[in-house]
Design a protein around this ligand. Structure first.
Ligand code: CO8
Length: 258
């Protein structure tokens, strides 16, 4: 796959997508978001891929939506063209696990895009923030909704209202990211995590993702019922037979194609 604003690579069963507009610190524009949707859907549909990693450069995951592209927008333009809705949420429709690997700036729309990943691994250089208030807008890609769910109201209000940027250590402490690694090891570490996920049943990983995401959309009892049905259904799958049989036979399971 060839793109102008992305670099894509495949490492065993892991797809690596790099945002690549270095001159603008990966500021996100329509062209890039369209390409990102295209790459994500292709990897999601590819049976050889078990996990997707989304990353940026050493300096920036993404420094936000492209301010130069937005500056002259009018409200009728944004409403008519469904700005944000039209191409920013492709990632939410990806059914395979997506890991965000963040080095440098993840600001504004960049932080929001990162939060649409299933979990985040940060380089120790990472900086997260929602500075939209400084450019006179509210966040538009879920910042006021996903940030409080991820880190709680107090921290989210602080970041959103003051535009304060937090570093990787604070992001890990408050639960925005799951792990922090040295910047020069970020891709190596995240690919290893991706390979670990991809070595297990892709179908089971997809169901876990689906069930966890349901926790944010439904009541506890409905969510637990949904999970129970998935668990019961697992007993009709070859992954369950292989996984449990391998444990009893004291060998590694082979989930290839399962
Ligand atoms: N949009 C457009 N260009 C950008 C952006 C951006 N968000 N961020 C950086 N750039 C460009 C700069 O203009 C500069 O270009 P040039 O060299 O041509 O002047 C180049 O990238 C390098 O940037 P700096 O020289 O500023 O680099 P520094 O290292 O000095 O500073 C910072 C880095 C702190 C990241 C700084 O660039 C900055 O503050 N950027 C803006 C951050 C920001 O406000 N982000 C929020 C934008 S609003 C938003 O995201 C709304 C989201 C709504 C949902 C999504 C809608 C699509």
């Amino acid at each position: 796959m060839q793109y102008e604003d992305l670099i894509v690579e495949v490492h065993d069963k892991v797809a690596l997508i790099r945002l690549n507009r270095p001159k603008a610190l990966n500021a996100l524009n329509d062209h890039m978001m369209n390409e990102l949707g295209d790459a994500l859907y292709k990897f999601d549909a590819d049976p050889a891929i078990g996990c997707i990693v989304l990353t940026g450069s050493e300096k920036a995951f993404a420094a936000g939506a492209d301010i130069a592209a937005m500056v002259d927008y009018t409200y009728p333009d944004t409403y008519r063209d469904n700005y944000i809705g039209r191409n920013w949420e492709h990632i939410l429709r990806v059914r395979k696990p997506v890991i965000g690997a963040v080095a440098g700036f993840a600001l504004g729309g960049g932080c929001e895009l990162a939060m649409m990943c299933d979990f985040l691994v940060a380089a120790d250089s990472a900086k997260f923030g929602q500075p939209e208030i400084k450019v006179g807008v509210v966040p538009g890609a879920g910042g006021t909704q996903r940030l409080p769910r991820a880190i709680g109201k107090a921290k989210a209000m602080d970041m959103l209202l003051t535009a304060r940027t937090i570093d990787a250590a604070e992001a890990e402490r408050i639960g925005l990211v799951s792990r922090v690694v040295p910047a020069d090891k970020l891709i190596e570490e995240v690919l290893a995590i991706g390979k670990q996920i991809a070595s297990m049943s892709t179908s089971v990983a997809m169901q876990i993702k689906d069930s966890v995401n349901r926790a944010f959309e439904t009541t506890l009892s409905e969510g637990v019922t949904y999970e129970r049905r998935l668990f019961q259904a697992a007993f009709g799958t070859p992954a369950q037979k292989e996984g449990m049989q391998a444990f009893l036979e004291k060998r590694l399971p082979n989930f290839e194609g399962l």
